[in-house]
Design a protein around this ligand. Structure first.
Ligand SMILES: Cc1ncc(COP(=O)(O)O)c(C=O)c1O
Length: 367
């Protein structure tokens, strides 16, 4: 049996009648840009997330860029980010003229709050926290540091829809959060899509302007961009949002199985077992393991027709030479990047397939 890391064609196969109906309805009306489905999706997303405002934009990278612009981050500012993230987090900071400063990750793949303070100087204006793999970083500690140094918190919540920390949703801890609807995400659309979620009315209003050329009614109020979530994508997302809880529950069942199967395997380090934690709810966008002989294990899984992914191609952001990010003391993150692997984790993976994945990993280590 072939088990891909993620099968992009599955979603249409399952709901083709519903998607065809959406396509027909919207195409017949010609309602493509800034229409009712987008408004409805923004309302539904806010409600689902328990956050006051949502603005649909072109993708999460744009969302991060617009969030920084809306909060006046720009030239000569520095913004910290965890180097175990997609380069998109750093490139959003760079794109507004600020300098991205990498910080180590911890053993949970999240920004190491103990490593933040040594990276702060008089130019530091904020921390862009990536809530990686659908797990929220230790925001209590991060908030303490941010308050002490008068820094803003921004969240790369690209992978964290539906995740909470002490009952607060991803995106609610600072200026705002940026969600991705890339097709492989828990809530994925038929192409690129993203949103900013925020409890701050001013930020909401500014981003609503920025994403549409700075326009309000017939007036152009500021310089802007074109980054609107298409009405068609919004309609797809409205439909799929109704299935998200079921989808996350399925992921948590797969996680339970992986935790059980790998308990007997000393060569695999699992992510934190959120199924027994009280104050966090992880959506399990990914299941990232650290493993002995990672590359050989990956090859073995490939030969057994099981797809895996090296997080970010196996490198932390500061390790991509052409980005010219100079940083000292990132050893911990680099060590993690050499050991970590994403194994299949998604709503299309059956429990039977997940058992095969786990058993094949264990077979590699002769367990
Ligand atoms: C952690 C993280 N940040 C940022 C992004 C960028 O999202 P988008 O492709 O919607 O711009 C992604 C998407 O894969 C991501 O996983």
């Amino acid at each position: 049996m072939k088990i891909p890391f993620f099968d992009f064609s599955q979603i249409y196969k399952i709901y083709s009648d519903d998607f065809n109906a959406i396509f027909k309805r919207i195409s017949n009306k010609g309602s493509f840009i800034k229409q009712k489905d987008l408004e409805l999706f923004e309302y539904n997303l806010s409600k689902f997330h328990g956050i006051k405002y949502s603005v649909g934009v072109g993708n999460a990278t744009d969302a991060m860029q617009l969030l920084l612009i809306a909060d006046n981050i720009g030239a000569s500012d520095e913004v910290l980010f965890c180097s175990h993230t997609m380069s998109a987090t750093a490139s959003a900071i760079k794109s507004v003229g600020a300098k991205p400063i990498p910080v180590n990750c911890n053993n949970e793949y999240l920004i190491d709050h103990d490593d933040i303070e040594s990276r702060i100087n008089s130019r530091t204006k904020g921390i862009f926290v990536t809530q990686l793999n659908g797990r929220i970083a230790d925001m209590k500690e991060i908030k303490k540091i941010a308050n002490k140094h008068n820094l803003k918190i921004f969240e790369d919540a690209a992978q964290a829809i539906g995740s909470t920390y002490f009952n607060n949703a991803a995106g609610s801890f600072g200026v705002g959060g940026c969600i991705s609807f890339y097709p492989a995400k828990i809530l994925g659309c038929f192409g690129d899509g993203g949103a900013v979620v925020t409890n701050n009315k001013k930020i909401y209003e500014k981003i609503s302007l920025l994403r549409d050329h700075g326009r309000r009614n017939l007036n152009v109020e500021c310089w802007g961009y074109n980054s609107r979530l298409d009405n068609f994508q919004a309609a797809i997302l409205n439909f799929l949002l109704k299935k998200i809880k079921k989808n996350i529950n399925h992921r948590r069942k797969i996680a339970k199985l992986y935790f059980q199967e790998f308990k007997k395997n000393p060569f695999i380090k699992c992510p934190p077992n959120n199924l027994i934690e009280k104050n966090r709810f992880d959506n399990f966008q990914n299941f990232e393991i650290q493993c002995l002989n990672r590359n050989k294990l990956r090859e073995y899984l490939f030969l057994n027709k099981i797809g895996t992914i090296l997080p970010w191609g196996g490198k932390a952001v500061h390790e991509f030479k052409n980005l010219n990010i100079h940083s000292k003391k990132m050893k911990f993150t680099e060590t993690i990047m050499r050991k970590s692997l994403l194994i299949p984790m998604n709503q299309f993976l059956s429990i039977k397939q997940a058992i095969i994945v786990a058993k094949t990993v264990n077979n590699f280590y002769k367990i």
